[in-house]
Design a protein around this ligand. Structure first.
Ligand code: ADP
Ligand code: ADP
Ligand code: ZN
Length: 214
C-alpha cells in the first residue's frame, strides 16, 4: 500500500500517517522530520533547508526529490509506505511518478486531510513536537500525560519556530499556491480520497481506514 498524505500545514497529516504506519506495518516517511533531523545533526542539507523552513518557504525541489526517491527504494518500503509532506509541488509529484513508473510501480492513494484555514492557526499554535521522536501533540486536543514530556519517548516537547503565527501565515499561502494544485493532479489520476480533518482524530482515522479497506 503506497499512500500520500495531502493537506495544509497542521491539517493532521503527521498524526494520521503515524497511525496508518502502525496499523499496516509500513514506514512513515516525513520529509519535514528528515529535514529536522538533518538540522539537528548539522549536515549540509540541514543548513540549506533551514534557511527556507525558517521563512515558511518550501525547500527547493532539487533538495527533496532524490532524497525521497532513494528512501522509497529501500528494503523496508517494499510493501508500501506512507509519505507525509511529500510531494508538495507538481514537479515533485511528477518526479515521484516517473521514478515509480521505471520500476512498474505507482501510488495507490492520495489522502487529502481537509481543514479550513480558519482552524489552522489554532492547530499550529497549540502543537507541541517531541525533539526525541518527532511525535506531535496538542495542548488542548491531544495533551501529554505530563506537561512538555513526550508520552512515547520521554523527550522534551517544543513549539516549533515555524509554528508561530507569522510563519504559519506564509506557510498557508505557500500551501495554496504550490501544494493545493496536487488535489487536481491526483483527482485526474483517480486516486484522490478526501477526509474531513475537522473531526476528532479517532474519527478521521476511522474514515481513512474505511477508504483503505474497500
Ligand atoms: P507540516 O507538518 O506542518 O505540514 P512539515 O514538517 O511537513 O510541516 O514541513 C516543515 C517544513 O519543511 C516545510 O514548511 C518546508 O519548508 C519543508 N518541507 C517539508 N517537506 C517538503 C517538501 N516535500 N518540499 C519542500 N519543502 C518541504
Ligand atoms: P500536519 O502533519 O498536517 O502538519 P499534525 O498531525 O502535526 O499536522 O497536527 C497538527 C496539530 O493539530 C497537532 O498539534 C495535532 O496534535 C493536532 N491535531 C491533529 N489532528 C487533529 C484533529 N483531528 N483534531 C484536533 N487536533 C488535531
Ligand atoms: Zn518523543
Amino acid at each position: 500500500m503506497k499512500i500520500i498524505m495531502l493537506g495544509a500545514p497542521g491539517a493532521g497529516k503527521g498524526t494520521q500517517a503515524k497511525r496508518i504506519a502502525e496499523k499496516y506495518n509500513i514506514p512513515h516517511i516525513s520529509t519535514g522530520d528528515i529535514f529536522r533531523a538533518n538540522i539537528k545533526n548539522g549536515t549540509e542539507l540541514g543548513k540549506k533547508a533551514k534557511t527556507y523552513m525558517d521563512q515558511g518557504l518550501l525547500v527547493p525541489d532539487e533538495l527533496v526529490v532524490d532524497l525521497v526517491v532513494d528512501r522509497v527504494a529501500q528494503d523496508d518500503a517494499k510493501n508500501g509506505y506512507v509519505l507525509d509532506g511529500f510531494p508538495r509541488t507538481i514537479p515533485q509529484a511528477e518526479a515521484l511518478d516517473a521514478a515509480l513508473e521505471k520500476i512498474n510501480d505507482k501510488v495507490d492513494y492520495a489522502i487529502d486531510v481537509d481543514v479550513p484555514d480558519s482552524n489552522i492557526i489554532d492547530r499550529m499554535s497549540g502543537r507541541r513536537a517531541c525533539v526525541g521522536c518527532g511525535g506531535t501533540y496538542h495542548i488542548v486536543y491531544n495533551p501529554t500525560k505530563a506537561e512538555d514530556v513526550c508520552d512515547a519517548c520521554g523527550g522534551q516537547l517544543i513549539l516549533r519556530d515555524d509554528d508561530k503565527p507569522e510563519t504559519v501565515e506564509n506557510r498557508l499561502k505557500v500551501y495554496h499556491d504550490q501544494t493545493q494544485p496536487l488535489i487536481d493532479y491526483y483527482t485526474k489520476k483517480s486516486i484522490l480520497k478526501s477526509v474531513d480533518g475537522t473531526k476528532d482524530m479517532n474519527e478521521v482515522f476511522e474514515n481513512i481506514v474505511k477508504i483503505l479497506e474497500v
